[in-house]
Every structure is written in C-alpha cells, then in structure tokens.
Design a protein around this ligand. Sequence first.
Ligand SMILES: [Zn+2]
Length: 166
Amino acid sequence: MKRRQFLLASGAAVAVLAISTAFRHMGAVAEAEEEVFEVTKTDAEWRATLSEPQFAVLRQEDTERPGTSPLLDEKRKGTFHCAGCDLAVYPSETKYESGTGWPSFWDSLPDAIGTKQDNSLFMTRVECHCRRCGGHFGHIFDDGPQPTGKRHCLNGLALTFKPATA
Ligand SMILES: [Zn+2]
C-alpha cells in the first residue's frame, strides 16, 4: 500500500469511528430518558404467566370493559398487587366507589407507581403503571375525592387482591 492510500484509508476509519461513537452517545441519551424497570420480560415470557386479557391490559395498554371486574365489589381490608410482578401497589384504605365501573383509588402506596403522559384517543391523560415491571394499570384524573383530589382509574385485570391476615 502506498503511503497516500494508507493515509486516506486510516482517515476514513477514524471518521467512521467518530460517527459511530456519536451515534452510540445519542442512543445512550435517548435511553436515559426512557424509564428503566427492575422486572423486564419478553412478550413470550409475559404471555406464559398472564391470561390473554391480562396481557392485553398490562403489556398493550388495553382497557377492560367497565363493570366487569370482580374487584369492584372487593371491600375487605388488604392490599392490591400488580398482576404482573406482584408488587404491592394500592391499599384498600384509598379505594372508593367512583361509579365509573373501574376500580378507583385516591392514592397509591409510596413508590409503587410510575406515570407518563398519554396522548392517545385525542386526549392528554396521565397514564399510570407499575413502578417495578412497567405493567399498565390505568389513568389518573383530577376529579377524585379528598385528601388528594385524584382518581386513579384502574383496570381490575391489572391487579390482584390480598386480604389482610390480621
Ligand atoms: Zn408490576
């Protein structure tokens, strides 16, 4: 290889390296803005542990038909858990009858949920999901009762209930 050719080739290699480093850096910045969850599974793995309707709600942000959840009538003391990863997410003390046909709460347990803006269906809503696995629960509205004034409107399919043992 002549010296001139070598210089051109190595110059091109440096340029390629610089560009790919720049792209990797951009990728890292984009990923940092995405929420990272402790529990991550492939769709196939989720399907193995969830029913088809549970998968549609938790992993595809489907909404169950109102009035269909057995948890609407759940009035015992206890804790509602994520149906995906079993994290305790809502206490029975904040559950109330909203009349919407979906299980409703005025607050979650501390450090249990994450939220993001949801612009689907021509609306801007606050979507809420499990802090640990990212499973979709429902949405949060500003027409709830005191002390928070919030209505966490959840899919019963996304939750399981564990009655208090005491
Ligand atoms: Zn979860």
